[in-house]
Design a protein around this ligand. Structure first.
Ligand code: PLP
Length: 499
C-alpha cells in the first residue's frame, strides 16, 4: 500500500484516505506519498485510446490504492461528466503552432482549473470518511485568492456530512469572482470577506487549522476541520491526471512519438499545479522541462534561479490575481522530495520562512531543482501584449494567467533555443478575467464605462466565443453573503459559526 508521511517528519505512514481526511499533518507538514508505482511507456501509450475518466482512474489508483477501483470510478464519474463540464474531452488540447499547444483546464462549472480538483475532492472526502469509520461532520475551511473559493463552494454545496466556510481577500478578487461566491446557494455554505490580502487570509486559515484548543472545542461538537486548499493531497492528486492526458492527446494526434519528452509551462502561484507536473514526471511521464511562470510576484522565479526563497518584498496586485501569492505552500513538497525526504531540513526552512521571511537551500538541492525546472515571469504590460499577440496570430482568446504562461514560454525559447513540443496549461476562461482581456484586445472607447458584466457580452460579441454558462447573468442573482471581517477576527468568526 502507498503510505503517506508528513514533510515535517514523524513517519506517520498513513493510508491515502486518512491523509485526505486530515488535509494537513498535526505537525504542520504536508502529506506526501512515501513511494509509488511508475507507469511504463507502454502503459502511457494505452492512455491514448481511453476517455478522460479512464485515464483518471489509471493514474489515481497508483496513489489512492486503499480505495477500490469501483470507488475511484464512482468519484471520477461524479466529478468529470457532461453535466459539470462543457467539453466532452474534459480537458481539450488546442494546437497553436508546431511546437506550442494549450491545455484548457477551464471547462468546469466555475470556468477555472480549480474545478479539476475541487469537483472530485468532496467525493474523495466522503469516501475517506466512510473508509476510516469517521462519524463526525467535516468542516472545510478555505482561503481563496478568488478561484478556489467558488470551485470549493460548487464542489461541496449540499454534500451531506460536510460544512464549508470560504474566506476571500476583501479587495483581492474580481467582480465576477466575488459575485460567483456571494451568490452561492447551499444549506452548508458560508462566505466571508477578509480585510487583508491573500497571504493574510491564508495565514489566518492555517492558524485556525493548527489551534489545538479550538480543534478540541469543535471535536466535542462532533466536528472536524479539513482543508480544500491545495495543501490537501486529495486536491493535488487529480491534477497529475491531466499531464498524462495532454501527453496522450499529443500521441493520438501524432504530434509526438511514444517516449518523446515534452515541456509543460505552468502559470503558478502556490506551486500546486506545477508540482502535480513534477509528480507526473516522477511517475514516468517523459517530461523535459517544467517551466514555472510567475507574474510580478516573482518569488518563485528568484527561488528557482538562486535557491533563495525570500518573501520580504512588496506584494503586487496584478491582472492575474490568482497568482498573487508570496508564500507558495506546495513548494514544501518539492523540497522534501528532492532532498531525499529530509524532513529535518524542510522543517528548519519552513520555520525560518515563518520567523524571518526567507530561507536558502543547499547548492546541491537547487541544482537538482534546476535539472527539471526553469523559471521566468511576465509583467502586466507584457501579459496584455501577449493576449493581443495570441489573438492576432492564432485567433485564440487567452486569459491573463494563461498569457503569463505563453509569455514566459516565449522567453524560454529565446533564452534556450529549445523547440521541444510544449504544452502551456490554460488555467482560466478568458471570460473570467474579461476586464483585462478586453483592455488587451479592444480600444478604450469600446470598453470605457462598461462594468465587468457588460464586458462579458462585449467580449463574446467581438470574438464570437460564447459566454460560459457559469458566468451568465451573475449580476442578476440574489446576494446571499455579506459578512466582512478583520484578519485578526477570523478565528472568532469560525467559533461563532460552529460553536
Ligand atoms: C489558482 C490558479 C492559478 C495558480 O495555481 P497554483 O495551484 O497556485 O499553482 C493559476 N491560474 C488560475 C486561473 C488559478 O485559479
Amino acid at each position: 500500500m502507498v503510505l503517506y508521511d508528513s514533510t515535517r517528519g514523524g513517519n506517520e505512514g498513513i493510508a491515502s484516505a486518512e491523509a485526505i481526511k486530515k488535509g494537513i499533518s498535526p505537525n504542520g507538514g504536508l502529506y506526501v506519498p512515501r513511494d509509488f508505482e511508475k507507469l511504463t511507456i507502454d502503459e502511457i501509450v494505452t492512455l491514448k485510446d481511453m476517455t478522460y475518466q479512464e485515464r483518471a482512474v489509471t493514474v489515481l489508483k497508483r496513489f489512492l490504492d486503499d480505495f477500490t477501483i469501483d470507488e475511484l470510478k464512482d468519484c471520477v464519474s461524479k466529478a468529470y461528466n457532461n453535466k459539470k463540464f462543457t467539453s466532452p474531452d474534459i480537458v481539450p488540447v488546442k494546437r497553436l503552432n508546431d511546437s506550442l499547444s494549450i491545455l484548457e483546464l477551464w471547462h468546469g462549472p466555475t470556468c477555472a482549473f480549480k474545478d479539476m480538483a475541487l469537483q472530485i475532492l468532496p467525493h474523495f472526502l466522503v469516501k475517506a470518511m466512510e473508509k476510516t469509520g469517521e462519524q463526525s461532520e467535516i468542516v472545510i475551511l478555505v482561503a481563496t485568492s478568488g478561484d478556489t473559493g467558488k470551485a470549493a463552494l460548487e464542489g461541496f454545496a449540499d454534500v451531506e456530512g460536510t460544512k464549508i466556510i470560504v474566506f476571500f481577500p476583501h479587495e483581492g478578487v474580481s467582480e465576477v469572482q466575488k459575485y460567483q461566491m456571494i451568490t452561492q446557494a447551499g444549506g452548508n455554505v458560508k462566505v466571508v470577506a477578509v480585510k487583508g490580502n491573500f497571504d493574510d487570509t491564508q495565514t489566518g486559515v492555517k492558524r485556525i487549522f493548527t489551534d489545538s484548543q479550538l480543534i478540541e472545542k469543535i471535536n466535542r461538537k462532533n466536528l472536524k476541520f479539513s482543508s480544500a486548499n491545495s495543501i490537501n493531497w486529495g486536491r493535488l492528486v487529480p491534477q497529475i491526471v491531466y499531464y498524462f492526458s495532454a501527453y496522450a492527446d499529443l500521441l493520438k494526434a501524432n504530434s509526438i512519438k511514444p517516449g518523446d519528452k515534452i515541456n509543460f509551462v505552468v502559470p503558478t502561484g502556490n506551486f500546486g499545479n506545477i508540482l502535480a507536473g513534477f509528480y507526473a514526471k516522477k511517475m514516468g511521464l517523459p517530461v523535459n522541462k517544467l517551466i514555472c511562470a510567475s507574474n510580478d510576484n516573482n518569488v518563485l522565479t528568484d527561488f528557482i534561479r538562486t535557491g533563495i526563497y525570500d518573501r520580504r518584498r512588496q506584494f503586487v496586485k496584478t491582472i492575474s490575481p490568482s497568482m498573487d501569492i508570496l508564500i507558495s505552500s506546495n513548494l514544501e513538497r518539492l523540497l522534501y522530495e528532492l532532498s531525499d525526504h529530509d524532513s529535518q531540513k524542510v522543517s528548519d526552512w519552513m520555520k525560518q520562512l515563518n520567523e524571518q521571511g526567507y530561507y536558502k537551500v543547499d547548492t546541491e538541492l537547487i541544482e537538482k531543482i534546476q535539472e527539471t525546472f526553469w523559471a521566468d515571469w511576465s509583467d502586466q504590460e507584457e501579459t496584455l501584449k501577449t493576449i493581443e499577440c495570441i489573438y492576432k496570430d492564432y485567433n485564440y482568446v487567452s486569459d491573463t494567467h494563461t498569457a503569463v504562461g505563453v509569455d514566459v514560454y516565449d522567453k524560454y525559447v529565446i533564452t534556450t533555443g529549445d523547440l521541444t513540443s510544449t504544452v502551456t496549461l490554460s488555467t482560466a476562461s478568458p471570460f473570467k478575467f474579461n476586464q483585462s482581456v478586453c483592455k488587451a484586445l479592444f480600444n478604450d472607447d469600446e470598453t470605457d464605462n462598461k462594468n465587468e458584466f457588460e464586458l462579458l457580452e462585449l467580449l463574446s460579441r467581438k470574438t464570437g466565443w460564447p459566454v460560459p454558462e457559469g458566468l451568465k447573468d451573475l449580476d442578476k442573482k440574489e446576494i446571499l453573503h455579506t459578512e466582512v471581517c478583520e484578519k485578526e477576527n477570523m478565528k472568532a468568526l469560525v467559533e461563532n459559526i460552529l460553536l
